[in-house]
Design a protein around this ligand. Structure first.
Ligand code: SF4
Length: 521
């Protein structure tokens, strides 16, 4: 059996029935979403083989697998095991179980909002703890000595709560990009020569980033790493920007197609920065962006591709680029392109203080206008933005929050005026500020303790937009067999209404003006 057994959180092993943004459902608290409903919406992907080799796995874990195979390890040494079948792979000769995690203690911004600052437990956390317990039981029962090495985007949480991580039997924590060093790290671990926490401060070059050899969940492939806009709260921004050559991206898409993943999700922190040349004003390299999508859409066997994240300023700086992209991606009334841009705040002051480059080539004072215009361009060309808002950025005042409320008002009024009510589609997801990156010394927002009327109105208004959009769009956004689709529609619609009425009740109890916040109609 394999010396190195790799696996991941169960919440990362589902495609969430392709519900748009369904991947965040692991962040919901178990107190409010019954287990049966969660399991229905989050069925795990089936394994490739009857003993449990994973067919698809989180992209980052596929990179670790590929990096090991590229450096010293052979196929018989390394396996990605489906978490439900892990016991089939851990044997006497297993030296390392490498666990990939995203949100192990529910400290991520989405979980922190849903669980009101961890007053409740998210499914992410519950499933992570359950899996660690399972590993420890296997270890104890079989008298094995393998080491548990945990990494992935949520590894910072394991260090943040290190005593808990020790209690759960985690021997080593790897933080940072590890493609170029993971083989050395695992060698050190195997020879008892590795520290408990390993923070990687170097970065793999594009050449050192390996090509995946097995399928990634939902056909995700990376087109760039890092961003370069320098927002102070942002973890991806800690990485220097690197652009993956188109040939390499196509190679990975073909690997995914072999395993049946015929849609590609193109991951980046900002797709419009692909092969950026103008690093002063951040005017997109339009030809490079268009060429990327043209090449990918011509891959045989691929049905379609979708970008993951973007910023909004390039959309206003070059609306023609969005129009041409829509043409390449065959966007239209029956095929909208989802995108996740960061709106973060409506306050020009906070933009100036924490993320001045996010709005370039425009100025922070123009942020609200940029947001409205970008939404108009997105919707005009059939792009559906799922915006994020951050509550509790350091130095945030009530006036800043009212600015955000005002921005939400403007979006709700001005966008339909230009593109028409039926073509207006966007959501705004409120997240809790979590101190990371350049703001890591700041205090975590305790949303339960630090609520005020202005913050409440941002959260309430943002959720009202989400629920309204669920009612208007979910039926055509979910692509599932009719009986499953009807059940999903019912669950999500009822769930959305319940969340909104809970928020309303909470606001009323605290005496907040729900419909009469300063800038509401
Ligand atoms: S634009 Fe987005 S990805 Fe880039 S630094 Fe800012 S928050 Fe991070």
């Amino acid at each position: 059996m394999a010396k190195i057994v790799l696996t991941a959180d169960t919440t990362l092993m589902s495609r969430y029935r392709n519900i748009p943004l369904g991947d965040f459902l692991g962040c919901v608290p178990a107190n409010f979403v019954p287990r049966r409903i969660f399991d229905f919406i989050c069925p795990l992907e089936p394994p490739l083989t009857s003993n449990g080799i994973a067919r698809t796995a989180p992209y980052g874990l596929r990179k670790i697998e590929a990096a090991l195979l590229m450096n010293d390890y052979s196929r018989k040494d390394v396996v990605i095991a489906h978490p439900n079948y892990i016991h089939n792979f851990i044997k006497d000769d297993t030296e390392i179980v490498g666990h990939y995690t995203m949100d192990p203690y529910g400290l991520g911004p989405v979980s922190m909002m849903f669980t009101i600052g961890r007053r409740y437990k998210s499914y992410d956390e519950i499933e992570f703890r359950k899996f660690m317990t399972k590993l420890n039981i296997i270890k104890r029962r079989k008298g094995l000595k393998f080491k548990i090495v945990a990494g992935g985007p949520g590894a910072w949480q394991l260090e943040y709560m290190i005593d808990e991580s020790r209690r759960l039997g985690i021997n080593h924590i790897v933080i940072g990009e590890a493609d170029h060093v993971i083989h050395e790290i695992f060698e050190d671990v195997r020879h008892n020569d590795a520290p408990e926490v390993m923070k990687i401060t170097t970065y793999p070059s594009v050449e050192q980033i390996p090509t995946i050899v097995g399928a990634s969940i939902k056909g995700l492939v990376e087109v760039m790493r890092g961003c370069g806009r320098g927002c102070k709260f942002c973890l991806p921004n800690m990485r220097i920007a690197r652009y993956i050559p188109v040939e390499k991206i196509v190679k990975e898409i073909k690997v995914n197609i072999v395993y049946g993943e015929r849609e590609a999700w193109l991951h980046s922190d900002d797709i419009f920065l692909y092969k950026l040349e103008d690093k002063r004003n951040f005017i997109p390299n339009k030809e490079a962006v268009l060429d990327l999508f043209r090449t990918i859409m011509s891959v045989r066997g691929l049905k379609g591709c979708h970008p993951t994240h973007s910023s909004i300023a390039p959309v206003v700086a070059d609306p023609e680029m969005v129009k041409e992209l829509s043409h390449i991606l065959k966007a239209g009334p029956r095929r909208w392109i989802g995108i996740q841009p960061g709106l973060e705040t409506g306050s020009g002051e906070l933009i100036k203080k924490h993320m001045p480059n996010k709005v370039r080539p425009f100025s922070p004072d123009e942020w609200q206008d940029v947001a409205v215009k970008a939404t108009i361009v997105f919707n005009k060309y059939y792009w559906f933005p799922a915006y994020t808002l951050i509550i509790g950025l350091p130095g945030e005042t009530e006036d800043d929050c009212w600015d955000t409320v005002r921005l939400l008002d403007r979006l709700e009024k001005e966008v339909p005026r230009v593109v028409g009510k039926s073509k207006t589609h966007f959501i705004t997801a409120p997240l809790s500020f979590v101190p990371l990156a350049a703001l890591k010394k700041e205090k975590t927002l305790d949303i339960g303790e630090e609520m005020n009327e202005a913050r409440f109105c941002v959260i309430y208004r943002a959720w009202r937009i989400i629920v309204r959009e669920i009612y208007r769009s979910l039926h055509w956004l979910v692509d599932q067999p009719l009986h499953i689709k009807l059940m999903i529609d019912a669950i999500v619609m009822i769930g959305g209404k319940l969340i909104l009425s809970r928020i309303e009740k909470y606001g009323k109890k605290r005496g907040y003006r729900i419909e009469k916040c300063l800038y509401c109609k």
